[in-house]
Design a protein around this ligand. Structure first.
Ligand code: IPE
Ligand code: IPE
Ligand code: MG
Length: 244
């Protein structure tokens, strides 16, 4: 049976978050967008701790999209610097908590230093199994489906792939099915995040901007999730009780 929390009941195995609203949070305070991203990192730390404590198996965070490369150069550079320092600063605590780190996205587009930090962090946490923290950097849902298709075509032996065989080529291979997709910042769109993987995920849109998102908001999302009835295209009778 899936783990239950005291407050909410069923806990999703895999949660993904579109961490949106750093820029608006900063602009409302007369700060630079980069300062908003730094405040966003603090919220990220809180979220990792929150979901790990709740027994979530995998947490996938959208940190930088394929399209975010088109932002002003200064903002992109500030973000790249922040990713390097974030990996360095967070790694000891992730290791101590037994959290495994994994990066998904077109990583060859990033500066070499960041690429090697990502590889080192993955290697140093590879044996951890409390929770897998997946950071989507340079990620796009369309990129993921295309790279999977390319690799499948190259390796295929002429057989048609079934969905399970195809999923093994997606960057999220081996992770539990996506149960809950949260977006902060008030927009109700996917913005090219986990397109294939979100097929039957429950969607939860929060008005809070990412830097102001804390335990109360995240618990609110888990509460909403626990009240949803998931049917996966079946009737409720065939599916049994919600989340059974
Ligand atoms: C999300 O916050 C972080 C990234 C996309 C890197 P935004 O920077 O998109 O913040 P808003 O949406 O402009 O407020
Ligand atoms: C989505 O946010 C990407 C991340 C949170 C990393 P955006 O701010 O880039 O998305 P849009 O532009 O509102 O669709
Ligand atoms: Mg945004």
């Amino acid at each position: 049976m899936a783990p239950h929390s005291v407050e909410t009941g069923p806990i999703p195995a895999h949660v993904a978050v579109i961490m949106d609203g750093n820029g608006r949070w900063a602009e409302a305070r007369g700060l630079s967008r980069s300062e908003g991203h730094r405040a966003g990192l603090k919220a990220t730390r809180r979220a990792v701790e929150f979901f790990a404590n709740r027994g979530v198996r995998a947490l996938t965070l959208f940190a930088f999209s394929s399209e975010n490369w088109q932002r002003p150069r200064a903002e992109v550079e500030a973000l790249l610097d922040l990713f390097v320092t974030a990996i360095e600063e967070e790694l000891p605590e992730l290791r101590q908590k037994g959290i495994r780190l994994r990066f998904i996205g077109a990583r060859e587009q990033f500066p070499r230093e960041l690429q090697s930090r990502m590889g080192e962090a993955e290697a140093q946490t590879a044996a951890n199994d409390t929770m897998t923290l997946v950071v989507a950097l340079g990620y796009g849902g369309r990129w993921d489906i295309l790279q999977a298709a390319r690799r499948w075509i190259r390796q295929s032996t002429g057989t048609d792939p079934d969905p399970e065989a195809f999923e093994a080529f997606l960057s999220t291979a081996g992770l539990p099915e996506l149960d809950l997709l949260i977006r902060t910042g008030g927009e109700q769109r996917i913005s090219n995040f986990l397109l294939w993987q979100a097929a039957y995920a429950e969607l939860c849109f929060l008005d809070a901007l990412w830097p102001e998102t804390g335990e109360a908001e995240l618990q609110g999302a888990l509460d909403i999730y626990s009240r949803r009835q998931r049917r996966f295209g079946l009737t409720s009778e065939r599916r049994g009780a919600a989340h059974a």
